[in-house]
Design a protein around this ligand. Sequence first.
Ligand code: KG4
Ligand code: ZN
Length: 384
Amino acid sequence: MTTTTLAIDTSCDETSCAVVRNTTVLSNVLPSQIEFHKKYGGVVPSVARLAHEERIDGVVLEALKRAKITMQDIDQVAVTIGPGLAIALEVGIKKAKALATEYKKPLIPVNHMEGHLLSVFAKGNGPKSVPIDLESVLFPALGVLVSGKHTELVLVHDFGEYEVIGETLDDACGEAFDKCGRMLGLGYPAGPVVAEFAKQQRKEYKVTDERRHQSYIVKTESGLELPVAMANSPELNFSYSGLKTAFKQLIEKISGHDLTVEAQLEGDIKGLTKEKIYELSVLFEEAAFRPIEIKVKKALEKYDIKEIWLGGGVSANTNLRSKLRKIAKAHGITFRVPYTMKLNTDNAAMIGTVVNINLLRETGKLEILTSGFEEVDRVPGLGF
Ligand code: KG4
Ligand code: ZN
């Protein structure tokens, strides 16, 4: 069976449209809105909405053009209905409804997090690209979803059967990357810049772990320390707000200045040398990833997990990938991660992939909703 989905995702600041045939991505258009949000130091929902409205028609046309097909060749239209910024999501939903009505196609609502989870199965259209045999996938799998808004461990009993076994109690890991990067004066979005500094400088600044009476810390050889949150608790949840506070205090201690919002927006952090920014980036990344390593190991002890799937914007990070790959290898289990960086951060190809996998696996069983979204409030187990 072959099924082709045109998918739209406008959950945050990417206006994305993709065409996906089974698990093969025929096109995945995602123009960045970075320029629009840069001067505010973060995503402004009303600005995101305007940019989505301006671009959505062109993005859809471009996705069809790159896939070399027309709306007539599409079997269904899929759209992200959450989680995300409500006023941004609305733009994609309106466009998807209009397309489905005009071309008389079924309209399928998709959960954004299920998109990140199944993004590991999307494949390219090149001659060397081999789709994954879905029948060979072993369950339960552990989904590790690390993005700008979520940090979740999902026990995947089967495609479509999800159980969140751990999640952040406050901020998300990607958000901590962005906020702490901003504290270092690295602009917007600062997360990938911190990651790049950490990657380049990791060999220069050795980080060690220390388990103390009631806490767990990571530290550099020069004595800079950051806490590893919830390391000692038996539960599988995360917390990143304490790391942000500790990071701010550490910068203020090193620099001898209060860290003001103005200084962060201007990227002018007094009293911080380039070397200290590098050292802090390396240390921060370890403090941000250590809880994920610890909780993934705990989940492996607790459940008979057969595969690890890493998705979400932070899965672009090569350090996190290699840490989880190592854990999977030590347990003799499969590790999956999106095959290209364009599938790590928000994109519509992952949304089309969700629909096609569910259709391929359960042809006839998937309920295709053609009217309204009011009745669809959640994907069982994934939250919303
Ligand atoms: O999944 P995503 O595109 O959006 C949400 O659904 O939240 O994730 C975006 C997040 C941002 O916080 C960004 O800083 C982070 O992913 N990110 C990274 C890297 N690339 C993107 N964090 C760490 N290392 C990276 N290489
Ligand atoms: Zn996302």
